[in-house]
Design a protein around this ligand. Structure first.
Ligand SMILES: Nc1ncnc2c1ncn2[C@@H]1O[C@H](COP(=O)(O)OP(=O)(O)OP(=O)(O)O)[C@@H](O)[C@H]1O
Ligand SMILES: [Mg+2]
Length: 442
């Protein structure tokens, strides 16, 4: 082992591909001159124990079977057990030909990029003549992952959890019935008949929906209800999350598509706040994905459901027909009966007829507004009762009205603040532009 490399600090927080490659070249390659090696980025699926445990020795990867893993000493990576059966370190993956006359190893090195342990990178060093075997192995890992989640739990890429069970149904989401039916019919229609029609037309079965609306109208709830519906059918749902230190990266979308491509049943990819992914450097890649030309897709159909608060910020090229198939506007409360329904659901057993008076006032507000208002009023009432040593009964309408006024005043003040700032910014920009023009001609 090269003494200089040994004295390198241990790289727990970064994979440092260049140092690993140096280690490869100094240690692994000279020790294995029998092959010409290819080093490739790989995926955490090849390191996930629950997936590896499901690979049977009989599975045929282009004439080879997978016969197990042994650890390899690599001073550059601390060996740490992370979440969900992932660990850092270097490993040999052994493959043996079906008739037993040939065998080879793939060196796999993996490390966590951040302390949270959710940002994980994997490199594979493969004998050149066996790259196809390795690719078949990776595909099988994706297929096992998809099978494990079909009809069970939403698989999460990025973010801080690995999977979740969607707890909302269409009945929980209070929105115009026609809108909910329209969204569900579009999705059902795609999977029940659309996929077949796409293939008859020699088109890739990729259906893309955008849910747009101001914050708090229930877009996430609606996507959760859709996810639940998909799982109830035995289908697969992949949720792409930008809420980790890596943020909204195209690599996460790519990974979701790679899993969807290998899945053996209809698949939904959920991409919340798509506008965050559309920054300059990634926009072309995302347009490419939406076009689907270069995207590998499964034959059972892939549904992409994206959400945004800023439909106006989404490039017209993204909204062009063919890139997005349907755009649904998710509105704030549209009428008094609907507002009443929303209030009823958040007041629960504290609802009574006199609170109906608030219905018309709530039109134009969001579900999130009503929920906060109801919660604040209920907490204030519970506190009042506690102070007075009384048992809570029906929530007085005055308390609810007070909560409405306070929340509305706060929201109005916030909106005014934002508007003033934007106007100020516009004015400053105009003055600066005038100055620039004056300088140009002076
Ligand atoms: N249509 C709705 N029906 C029932 N509850 C709602 C509705 N809209 C909002 N809520 C309540 O407000 C909370 C926030 O809603 P949600 O996260 O779905 O809004 P959103 O449109 O996704 O907002 P954002 O654009 O900020 O992500 C929900 O968890 C729910 O409690
Ligand atoms: Mg949301």
């Amino acid at each position: 082992m090269n003494a200089n490399l040994n004295s390198q600090p241990t790289l727990f927080n970064s994979l440092k591909i260049d140092i690993l490659s140096a280690w490869n070249e100094t240690y692994w390659l000279p020790a294995h001159p029998e092959h010409h090696w290819v080093t490739k980025m790989s995926h955490e699926e090849v390191m996930t124990k629950s997936i590896l445990n499901r690979i049977t020795p009989k599975t045929d990867f282009k004439g080879f079977g997978f016969s197990g893993i042994t650890q390899e000493y690599c001073p550059q990576i601390s060996r740490v057990e992370g979440h969900n059966g992932l660990s850092s370190g270097a490993y040999r993956y052994r493959f043996e030909s079906v008739e037993g006359s040939d065998r080879f190893d793939v060196l796999v090195v993996a490390n966590f990029q951040s302390d949270s342990g959710f940002d994980y990178q994997v490199l594979a060093c493969i004998p050149e003549q066996h790259v196809e075997v390795w690719s078949a192995f990776v595909r099988e890992c994706f297929q096992i992952l998809a099978r494990m989640h079909a009809g069970q739990r939403v698989f999460v890429i990025g973010g801080n959890i690995r999977e979740f069970k969607p707890d909302k149904t269409f009945d929980d989401v209070i929105l115009p019935a026609a809108l909910k039916a329209d969204v569900l019919h579009a999705v059902e229609g795609f999977f029940n008949s659309g996929v077949e029609i796409y293939s008859q037309l020699d088109l890739k079965p990729f259906y893309k929906i955008l849910l747009a609306g101001i914050p708090g109208t229930g877009k996430t709830m609606l996507t959760t209800a859709l996810a639940r519906w998909m799982l109830d059918q035995g289908y697969i749902v992949i949720y792409v999350s930008g809420s980790d230190c890596n943020g909204a990266t195209f690599a996460k979308i790519e990974r979701a598509l790679a899993i969807a491509a290998q899945s053996e049943c209809p698949t939904m990819i959920l991409l919340e706040e798509i506008d965050a992914y559309l920054h300059k450097s990634q926009k072309a890649s995302i347009l490419n994905v939406l076009d689907g030309n270069e995207t590998i897709l499964n034959k059972y159909g892939t549904l992409l459901v994206a959400t945004t608060n800023y439909p106006e910020a989404i490039d017209v090229r993204v909204k062009r027909p063919g890139r997005l198939d349907r755009i649904f506007i998710v509105p704030p409360l549209t009428d008094a009966p609907q507002a009443e329904l929303m209030l009823k659901s958040y007041l629960d057993e504290q609802w009574h007829e006199s609170q109906r008076a608030l219905g018309p006032l709530l039109v134009g507000h969001t579900g999130a507004f009503v929920r906060t208002m109801a919660l604040q009023a209920r907490i204030a009432y519970a506190q009042q009762c506690l102070d007075a040593g009384r048992v809570p009964d029906k929530l007085p309408v005055e308390l609810l009205m007070h909560s409405f006024d306070t929340l509305k005043a706060e929201n109005d003040a916030r909106d005014k603040f934002v508007k003033d700032r934007e106007e100020q910014k516009d004015e400053t920009e105009t003055v600066e532009q005038v100055k620039e023009v004056e300088m140009l001609y002076s």
